[in-house]
Ligand binder design. Sequence first.
Ligand SMILES: [Zn+2]
Ligand SMILES: [Zn+2]
Length: 264
Amino acid sequence: MVDKLVNSEANNRRIMMVESCFGSSGQPLQVPGRVLVGEGVLTKMCRKKPKTRQFFLFNDILVYGNIIINKKKYNKQHIIPLEAVKLESLNDDEQYRNGWLIKTASKSFAVYAATPIEKSEWMAHINKCIDDLLRKSGKKAVEEHAAVWVPDGEATVCMHCRKSQFTLINRRHHCRKCGAVVCGPCSNKRFLLPNQSSKPLRVCLHCYAELTSVKNNHLLDNAQRDHPDSSGEEDSDDDEVQQGQPETHDLSKFYGDIGEKPAQ
Ligand SMILES: [Zn+2]
Ligand SMILES: [Zn+2]
């Protein structure tokens, strides 16, 4: 049981280790009652391509970052409160296997494990943590989640007009509502999506029409801003070139047992 690990020396040591690997690029992670449930390398689908990321599952947050030196140094720390997370299993296809979606109100993305066993372990542990949190807080699971972005490579033409071909000059943009890859003219509207930003965000014409339909009329004040901007700068993902990709795969490790067996 995860609860047995609370305040245990092994747990404290592990959390201190994670903290030190992120160094000054990360947040303090030692919080009373927090337990490191598991850790491992997962492949995260990013805007351009899948990238290797180090993930840490705590009983209340999911943390991930770029790997600078395997098991020694990470940066670009992201912290996702588990209370607002929903998982959704993905079916295998020819290219990608053992994947699932991590969905939150502000950001959603796909990750892939190396093996089906690791996938099911990760999903089971994350879901267990979410269930425990919701049970303790009495809160309901969040129902609205940000769209998962369609990777750039999956669209050679605009998914809205189906005509505009993407080139170095005719750049891809992402609709923040549905995640589709669209051309500039098909996404020249902005709409306020408060879960994702305090500023109106790029949406495709289809979503714009839907968002501004009669039922949403009261939101129009915030939304009626045309933006011919095509720089697409704000479209950039959080990722850049990384050094030191791990060459061998280490199995993900889980410290708390979700079944009846005693903790290791
Ligand atoms: Zn278009
Ligand atoms: Zn859209």
